[in-house]
Ligand binder design. Sequence first.
Ligand SMILES: *Cc1c(COP(=O)(O)O)cnc(C)c1O
Length: 366
Amino acid sequence: MNVSRPIRARIFPAAIQHNYRVAKAKAPDSRAWAVIKADAYGHGQMRAAEALRSEADGFALLECENAVALRAAGFRHPILLLEGIFSEADARQVVAHDLHAAVHCVEQIDMLAAHCTAEHTLNLHLKINSGMNRLGFDERTLPQAWASLEKIPSLNLSLMTHFANADDALGVNWQLARFRLLAGVWRGPVSLGNSAAILRHPEGHGDWVRPGIILYGGSPFADTLADKFGLQAAMALESRIIAVQQIAPGERVGYGGLFVAEQAMRIGIVACGYADGYPRSAPTGTPIAVAGRMSRTLGRVSMDMLACDLSHIPEAGLGSPVTLWGPGEAGNVPAEAVAAAAGTIAYELFCALSPRVPVETVSVAS
Ligand SMILES: *Cc1c(COP(=O)(O)O)cnc(C)c1O
């Protein structure tokens, strides 16, 4: 057996690269901001950026420090701050490191204008609130934005908006209509599509798309698994069986005794709990793979462990490999299936991967 606690996440950079190519093929007329915010959805910002170094048109993330870290690692690509600047210090960094910044309020525009030197061209992305009502300008606030932008001597401007329903039946057209109204006579570049729009709404792409979840092989849709789009999972969360219990009918499992055995059962205890990022909300029956066979979790997920059913897997025992999600050694468990059981989405599972889980980068010999 392993010398350390057996949990680990394996990340597949080749899958990220493959998925970026899928995104580009789906949006052949657009350039793409590879969205690597939230530590590349839990996959590691630098790991993801390295995987895409030779082909990403640009990178998009949130924190200025992380953009500067990319510059320090030699990334010359356009880098977009999706929420723009948060401070004067950020404004200085945007100029110093030639970053692209979304601007969603007049305060951001004015701060950037104040720090811009005459020699520097500011790359700004005017955020349009086309109906999500999170960030951006609408018909009431846009005139002020245009007035503030005029004070910038050298400006490279793009318009961007974000879709609230690209993944569901409502779609993007209602927002596109509002966006066109707000954009008015604008004929410059626009950035529109997220992952869901890239896959299902060609009219919602624009000059630049912003793929996030699909880079990591996750599906943005509740009704369709990612492999239907040719995407490959980029993360596997894996562990091992660290204990086996033989329980009698009527015995209960875990905190609260939520699972009650109806017959004699053999159960496995897995070294993975909610402190590792596995959702505590995952109920009995959540899919899990053990030693090459599909099984189900039993009872409540605890901080460091969870239980699974080994009744139909006699060959499984102490040390058997377990896949919590992704293409693991013990089997392939779509993160979407685990997420659905837990009442959430794969995005949240990936982002919640705990820092205590060791991460291995699986580089392919090619
Ligand atoms: C996170 C984010 C994206 C990526 O969304 P996905 O659904 O993961 O593709 C795109 N645009 C903006 C503004 C975002 O914040």
